[in-house]
Design a protein around this ligand. Structure first.
Ligand SMILES: C[S@@+](CC[C@H](N)C(=O)[O-])C[C@H]1O[C@@H](n2cnc3c(N)ncnc32)[C@H](O)[C@@H]1O
Length: 236
């Protein structure tokens, strides 16, 4: 356990290590029933478009093995199956995972992104949607993703980002810190979103973490005026 970590369980964005793991798991268990509705509302349905773009960069070939890590309610899974992949979804939060069951024929498993229960070099592509920001150790999760991928395998991650334009950044901060907690109902959970985004690695640091984990040709692209960023790379 990280003894230097701040210890206020009502502020999960300040937690680290094992404490963060538990806080994030409990938070997603609480918001699971309303998660899809809030996702559509917050992104004005654009999350579907970003997911499709993410699956495109993977260049999935029929019969390839795909892992959607931190799969939550499973919105990536039907797209991976449509692309011809044999898909698995993994998440460490059972109430989220339970909601993924009806969305696709993909296999589902309870697992932590920092300790993936798959053999090294056993997967062709990995997707993560708005998950990397939440894991207790991002560098370790990237290393785990690199480990389970075959050489030449592809990884794509979508997550929140801080807009570079100061005016857009200001508007986004006001919207996400006032409107979201109101709309979401669970104020603590929906305060977590902007707070965790603010403390998240920069685009450049995230790309560097991927490179250090064993990815080459790492690229990133902004969506939603820089509020969302997609990172992708190829397993070296
Ligand atoms: C914001 S939701 C995203 C869900 C889904 N990927 C999507 O695109 O809608 C984040 C998900 O990551 C999961 N998660 C967070 N940390 C995790 C970890 N260390 N291991 C596995 N899953 C984790 C949460 O349980 C939650 O379901």
């Amino acid at each position: 356990m990280d003894l230097t970590a701040p210890r206020d369980p009502s502020q999960p964005w300040l937690t680290q290590g094992e404490e963060k793991r538990r806080a994030v798991q409990n938070m997603f268990a609480r918001i699971a029933p309303g998660y899809d509705r809030m996702n559509r509302l917050m992104t004005a349905n654009s999350d579907r478009t970003w997911r499709r773009k993410a699956v495109q960069v993977l260049q999935v070939k029929p019969g390839q093995k795909a892992l959607d890590l931190c799969c939550g309610t499973g919105d990536f899974l039907p797209l991976l199956v449509q692309a011809g992949a044999i898909a698995w979804g993994m998440d460490f939060c059972l109430p989220m995972l339970t909601l993924a069951r009806s969305k696709s024929p993909a296999s589902l498993g309870l697992a932590d992104a920092c300790c993936i229960p798959l053999r090294s070099g056993s997967v062709d592509v990995v997707t993560v949607g708005w998950g990397i920001r939440n894991v207790p150790d991002i560098d370790l999760a990237h290393r785990e993703i690199a480990r389970v991928l075959k050489p030449g395998g592809r990884f794509v991650s979508l997550d929140m980002a801080i807009p570079k334009n100061p005016a857009i950044r200001g508007i986004s901060q006001v919207v996400s810190s006032t409107l979201l907690p109101l709309l979401g109902g669970d104020r603590e959970a929906y305060r977590y979103l902007p707070e965790s985004a603010r403390r998240f690695k920069s685009r450049e640091d995230l790309a560097q973490s991927m490179e250090q984990a064993g990815f080459k040709n790492v690229r990133y692209r902004d969506y939603a005026f820089g509020n969302v960023c997609m990172h992708w790379g190829v397993r070296a």
